[in-house]
Design a protein around this ligand. Structure first.
Ligand SMILES: Cc1ncc(COP(=O)(O)O)c(C=O)c1O
Length: 405
């Protein structure tokens, strides 16, 4: 899956361009940088590659979410609906702007269940934040409809689904704003980095200022810039942007390898009738960075995980249900509102009530799900070997369990 697997001369060349000028900052130093503007170039490449009007790079994907929420005027007391299966960055970003995360059930698309979203809307709901998990996408048609009906902001966290599309549009460019992460394990990496994408100039201008201490970037130099609002520092460096520039040019290659490898591996699991696959709202648009599959019960899934571990083939197969970072049942720090600094009484109260509810619909899905990360480095021979081994483990467990029954 991650772009770092195909890191090479191209990345080195882009980084060397920056090292030769010695200007590691994305703003200013117009003379000494000798025309080298990697962050600007990467932003233009993001717009061109994903079909959005504006792109604002950030230091990481979490900062991209925080920046987007700030620019979208999401703040104190606003409720943001998010899925129970995601990465902790979702609630971290919501809390960082003073808003209240409202987790809801997922469905077999592994993303927001539109019915659960409808049921969670209150007079304080400001935003719906689908998280396009594991390379695929949420049901954007339904979510757009809900947001239009209720006049809500739609912010897409597409950090894990770079290159996926929904009905021909790139995920991350469909809502009011969308984000990618370019951290080390994403489809395109900068080492660390992220981006906010939008088609709304006003949102972009706010992101541009917010990520750089509020600079309006209209002065003759940085000291002469004005600060129309309070900002922060979420800037990306030129070195990170340089890596991303080489990587984004390789995206078509990454996606084509991912799709080939995913399809080949899937063909082995498809031979087992007890296995189902994740629902993909637009099959054509799957970026295929993961193959997510379900067993008939939680007990069988745990047994398969244990057997894969015993046979040393578990690496790269994620049982998210037991993962401390991705699934709500493991977020004890959040359920108990444990933070290093003081939070408002309102936030503490809502965290304790929103995150200690039962999420049995999501449990029933996640406890049966394994996601296999698709490597760009696999050869066909390795995939065939992997597919045979995985299928053998699954068949063994199914047989053992039915014998035991
Ligand atoms: C769904 C999702 N959102 C946000 C992030 C945050 O990105 P970053 O690690 O660049 O801060 C991640 C990172 O794994 C993620 O998976």
């Amino acid at each position: 899956m991650p772009g770092y697997e195909l890191f090479g001369e191209e990345e080195r060349k882009e980084v060397n361009d920056v090292l030769e000028t010695g200007i590691l900052m994305r703003y200013g130093f117009d003379g000494p940088r000798k025309g080298i503007w990697k962050a600007k170039e990467l932003e233009a490449a993001v717009c061109q590659t994903f079909g959005c009007d504006y792109a604002m790079l950030t230091a990481n994907g979490t900062a991209a979410l925080t920046t987007a929420m700030t620019a979208l005027n999401i703040g104190a007391g606003d409720e943001v609906i998010m899925p129970a299966f995601t990465f902790v960055a979702s609630f971290e970003a919501i809390l960082s702007v003073g808003a209240i995360p409202v987790p809801v059930n997922i469905d077999e698309s592994l993303t927001l269940n539109p019915d659960a979203v409808r049921a969670a809307i209150t007079s304080r709901t400001k935003c719906v934040m689908p998280v396009h998990m594991c390379g695929s996408m949420a049901d954007m048609g339904e979510l757009l409809k809900i947001c239009r009906e209720h006049d809500l902001i739609l912010l897409e966290d597409a950090c894990q689904s770079i290159g996926a599309t929904y009905k021909g549009k790139k995920v991350g460019t469909i809502g009011h704003a969308g984000t990618f992460s370019f951290d080390f394990v994403k489809t395109i990496t900068c080492g660390e980095g992220g981006v906010v994408m939008t088609n709304d100039k006003d949102i972009y201008v706010k992101c541009d200022g917010y990520t750089d201490h509020g600079h309006d970037h209209n002065g003759v130099d940085r000291g002469a810039d004005l600060h129309p609002f309070i900002g922060y520092n979420f800037r990306i460096s030129e070195l990170h942007a340089a890596v991303g520039l080489a990587q984004i040019r390789k995206l078509p290659q990454f996606l084509s390898i991912q799709r080939h490898n995913n399809k080949l591996l899937r063909s082995f699991l498809e031979q087992i009738p007890e296995i189902n696959f994740r629902v993909v709202p637009d099959e054509e648009g799957d970026s295929c960075s993961f193959l997510s599959w379900f067993l008939p019960s939680a007990a069988l899934t745990r047994a398969v995980v244990e057997e894969m571990k015993a046979q040393e083939i578990l690496a790269g197969n994620f049982y998210w249900y037991n993962n401390n970072w991705h699934y709500i049942s493991k977020w004890d720090h959040l359920k108990n509102a444990i933070s290093l600094n003081k939070q408002s009484k309102e936030v503490i109260k809502s965290l304790k009530s929103n995150f200690n509810k039962s999420f049995e619909d999501s449990d029933a899905i996640m406890s049966r799900c394994i996601s296999t990360a698709i490597s760009l480095a696999w050869t066909d021979k390795q995939i065939i070997d992997k597919g045979n081994k995985m299928a053998a483990v699954i068949k063994k467990i199914l047989k053992d369990q039915s014998v035991m029954a």
